[in-house]
Design a protein around this ligand. Structure first.
Ligand SMILES: [Zn+2]
Length: 484
């Protein structure tokens, strides 16, 4: 047991130093590692397996809602980005440039894509001619480069993976409908598959995407009380279509500019999983995206290889056939106790222990990672019980995170109280805001809190209050927080 204890003790407790805990979890559970280049990470197989489940589950939703996948180039000519100055200026500090190809100096330098509106826009101008060509509903899965000064694995890295949707529509109404449709698709996806509750809302002009008319986002509260932006959906209006001249002949044979949207989620979602559900023993992964859902551990006592191992292998096979991602850990060099804490740390949702006594009784012991509750189940009922428990774990993780979000969302109308709450408890703060950017800026300077979103969900009975900062009449009920 002494050995087992050491194994887990190597992780700094979450309450002691959240940021260190996060970095240690990422590295010890082998989700990611630092690459030799500053600010760049390697996503290791377990981290990538989570990404593959995210891709699979989200891609299905994207396609089921009528979108198709394509691939656009990694390189974007400078002149394309320059056509739209607001957009370029928004990204300029973070753009990586290619200036040479082999030995030759390029005539025009190429940006490594920080996002693809410009290149997509230039292609849409070639492809869209008539209202019959609309809507165009394209998504791509790709990598993105933004030269970040301060980085943290999964949350902010120079290169990351994402999906970006780019759509074009006949009318403004359709573009707005698409923007909100994707926002709620993201919310449903993140809540049901990642078990992370989110708030949907609109970004303030200060926080919106460079070139967008409106940006909407889903925001989640991490377990240290800081907010994390989980995904964005932009209504681009005709901004890019005017710049890239994307016009179509409408139903009255008049030339019109298309209405566009773009939207994305990134590998940052993996960081959100860690920070929402992880505890002092390690990861707690929702079954829907866990690389391994069930680990079977034969208890190595006596002649276990003859007695126990065959039964454990049979369980593994049966669960695999039922469609679960199962792994048996029959390593001889580790004690069962060591294995328990290792798989706990790696966040496997359910552990099945089977030893000589269980074999005699034709039973096995199931241990839930989320609440550490054990139960003994007859082997004949194992498959159906595993199905039920995995569903319970998925729901329990969501409920726990939702409870945390609710307990840490406070309505505050006094600025001194606002500062006090942000400093001591963090969390989301609901406060009225006059809509002036200067109040937003001051609040940020003084408290490091920003308006995360103006929530879409409104409580109609709630009377409008005064701006938390200037005491003028409040125009928006804003959700403030310190954020990653
Ligand atoms: Zn104000």
């Amino acid at each position: 047991m002494a050995k087992d204890e050491r194994f887990v003790k190597k992780i700094t407790p979450k309450s002691e130093d959240f940021s260190r805990w996060y970095l240690e979890i990422i590295r010890k559970t082998e989700l990611a590692d630092y690459a030799p280049m500053k600010g760049i990470m390697v996503i290791r197989p377990d981290g990538y397996a989570i990404w593959e489940h995210i891709q699979r589950l989200l891609d299905k939703r994207i396609k089921d809602s009528g979108h198709v996948n394509a691939y656009f180039p990694l390189f974007i000519p400078e002149s394309f980005l320059k056509k739209e100055m607001e957009h370029l200026e928004g990204f300029a500090p973070e753009v990586a440039w290619v200036t040479r190809g082999g030995q030759e100096e390029l005539e025009e330098r190429l940006a490594v894509r920080p996002t693809s509106e410009a290149i997509v826009g230039s292609m849409y101008a070639k492809w869209i001619h008539s209202y019959r060509d609309l809507p165009v509903l394209i998504n791509q899965w790709a990598n993105i480069v933004r030269w970040e000064k301060v980085t943290r694995p999964f949350l902010r890295t120079t290169e990351f993976l994402w999906q970006e949707g780019h759509t074009a529509h006949e009318t403004s109404g359709e573009a707005q409908e698409e923007t909100l449709k994707i926002l709620s698709l993201y919310k449903e996806f993140v809540e049901s598959e990642l078990a992370i509750p989110v708030v949907e809302g609109r970004k303030t002009p200060r926080e919106k995407f460079a070139g967008a008319m409106e940006t909407y986002a889903i925001e989640a509260l991490m377990s240290d009380g800081k907010a994390l932006q989980m995904g964005t959906s932009h209504n681009l209006g005709q901004h890019f279509s005017r710049v890239f001249d994307i016009r179509f002949e409408d139903r009255e044979q008049k030339l019109q500019y298309v209405w566009q949207t773009s939207w994305g989620v990134t590998t940052r979602l993996i960081g959100a999983l860690v920070m929402t559900h992880g505890d002092d023993s390690g990861l707690r992964l929702p079954p829907q995206v866990a690389p391994i859902q069930v680990v079977v551990i034969p208890i190595s006592l006596g002649n276990w290889k003859e007695n126990v191992l065959p039964a454990a292998l049979a369980i593994e096979k049966e669960l695999q056939q039922a469609g679960w991602r199962v792994r048996i850990d029959a390593r001889e060099e580790f004690t069962p106790g060591w294995k328990f804490s290792e798989w706990e740390m790696r966040g496997v949702p359910l552990r099945i222990e089977i030893g000589p006594r269980d074999i005699k009784e034709k039973r096995a012991v199931l241990v839930r990672r989320d609440v550490q509750i054990k139960e003994s189940v007859p082997i004949t009922e194992l498959t159906s019980r595993v199905k039920e428990i995995l569903r319970e774990i998925q729901a329990a993780l969501f409920d726990q995170a939702l409870r945390f979000q609710k307990e840490n969302t406070r309505t505050v109308s006094d600025y001194d109280e606002f500062k006090e709450v942000i400093e001591s408890q963090r969390g989301f703060i609901r406060s009225w805001w006059c809509g002036d950017e200067s109040c937003e800026d001051r609040i940020k300077e003084e408290t490091m809190a920003t308006v995360r979103v103006i929530p879409l969900e409104k409580n109609e009975e709630e009377a409008a209050g005064d701006c938390i900062y200037c005491r003028k009449k409040g125009r928006e009920l804003a959700l403030f927080a310190r954020a990653y």
